[in-house]
Design a protein around this ligand. Structure first.
Ligand SMILES: NC(=O)c1ccc[n+]([C@@H]2O[C@H](COP(=O)([O-])OP(=O)(O)OC[C@H]3O[C@@H](n4cnc5c(N)ncnc54)[C@H](O)[C@@H]3O)[C@@H](O)[C@H]2O)c1
Length: 363
């Protein structure tokens, strides 16, 4: 298949693109390298991909790029690009969330109306669309009531997907991801922050009492769900919960991280952040039935893999920062070569440090 993956340099987009390439597909990835977190991490995400002749990267913003020629060739579109992060979506930055999450999606859908080869358009939605629902686990019939502006933008884009299916037969499917984790985890997300703090012997900042629960999903299960959504029949216009099937409190996660890392955490409790849902827990029976989706990676196994990744970034055996910078520069040249442009500016050392990133509250 000819695939278009937006947000291909990001956490989920890069894993998905690797899977598509491994399965023998051709992929054009689009990413604007937005500065929500360091470019060097995204370049590292792309390192293996750039060696494949079946992968092409276009560094561009969906808000400005001429999408028609790209979409005209695509058989599968996986729309992962977004401005992520719940806590940052309040205030003035909401305009950025509107542009990157709603307007950019509308541009892509509009281009998809005139895409003769398109078989499926999979949209990365979020559990944030639900907000604080009293009845758990949530099914897709639960009334979405987001508690963050981010959730509002993800829901608006989901409605656009349904609308373009109903009005123009753009074959959309929305996947409501529940807290995704794993190697390449975004540095604003809880597990990444916790793992980094543990490895560096720093206190772990907990927003709220730590008893809030999440349905965590390992990244390869999310990738599998995207493939299922692209291939399942008669599912256009629908939204599906995609979760890992294990609902755990933050305190339990920290205890597991302590066990796996062999280190004791120092907990720094802070006020609960506005926009964070208290609990998330998904009923995934619809995805199981109609998409054939089954999560396969347990929390323990997934956390082990994430810790191993974080060890390469922050652990004692991590390469010296200077080496990491060299790696980033190498990737930057490879990237520039792939795009036929000049290498860009590599971020200063400090930028690779996740502490330079404000905790975004996930999603
Ligand atoms: N990570 C999670 O737990 C989670 C949960 C629910 C939903 N999601 C959704 O999954 C998708 C991927 O999330 P992620 O965690 O991989 O985030 P990410 O920030 O790592 O990846 C998103 C990528 O999109 C790119 N991008 C953003 N706006 C763009 C634009 N206008 N044009 C081109 N590129 C643009 C960014 O540069 C980034 O590389 C997002 O749509 C997010 O809302 C993620």
């Amino acid at each position: 298949m000819r695939c278009l993956v937006t947000g291909a340099a990001g956490f989920i987009g890069s894993h998905l693109t690797e899977r598509l390439i491994a399965d023998g597909h051709e992929v054009i990835g689009v990413d604007a390298f937005i500065d929500y977190y360091p470019r060097a991490l995204k370049e590292a995400n792309l390192r293996a991909l750039l060696r494949s002749p079946r992968f092409q990267l276009i560094e561009a913003d969906l808000s400005a790029l001429d999408l028609s020629p790209l979409v005209a060739e695509a058989e599968w579109i996986f729309h992962q690009a977004a401005q992520a992060g719940v806590r940052g979506s309040w205030g003035k930055s909401f305009t950025v969330y509107m542009a990157r999450n709603i307007a950019a999606t509308q541009r892509l859908l509009e281009a998809a109306v005139r895409a003769p080869r398109l078989r499926r358009f999979v949209y990365a939605s979020s559990s944030s669309v639900y907000g604080d629902t009293p009845a758990l686990p949530v099914t897709e019939d639960t009334l979405p009531q987001p508690v963050s502006p981010y959730g509002v933008t993800k829901l608006a884009a989901e409605h656009l997907c349904t609308l373009y299916w109903r009005s123009y037969r753009v074959p959309t499917v929305s996947l409501r991801y529940f807290t995704v984790y794993g190697p390449r985890h975004r540095p604003d997300m809880a597990f990444h922050c916790f793992g980094k703090a543990l490895l560096e012997g720093q206190p772990l900042a907990i927003h709220g009492d730590g008893r809030q629960t999440r349905d965590f999903t390992y990244v390869s299960d999310i990738v599998e769900a995207n493939i299922c959504a692209a291939t399942a029949e008669d599912v256009e216009g629908r939204a599906f919960n995609i979760a890992g099937g294990s609902r755990v409190s933050l305190r339990d996660v920290i205890a597991l991280l302590e066990e796996l890392s062999g280190r004791k955490a120092v907990l720094d409790y802070r006020e609960a952040a506005p926009g964070d849902a208290r609990h998330t827990y998904a009923d995934i029976s619809l995805a199981r039935r109609l998409l054939g989706y089954m999560p396969a990676v347990s929390l323990r196994e997934g956390l082990e893999r994430e810790l191993a990744y974080l060890e390469t970034l922050y652990g004692r055996s991590a390469p010296a920062l200077a080496d990491r910078l060299d790696d980033a520069r190498e990737a930057d040249y490879a990237l520039a070569h792939a795009m036929g442009t000049q290498p860009g500016v590599v971020l200063p050392l400090a930028a690779i440090d996740a502490s330079a990133v404000a905790p975004g509250g996930g999603q």
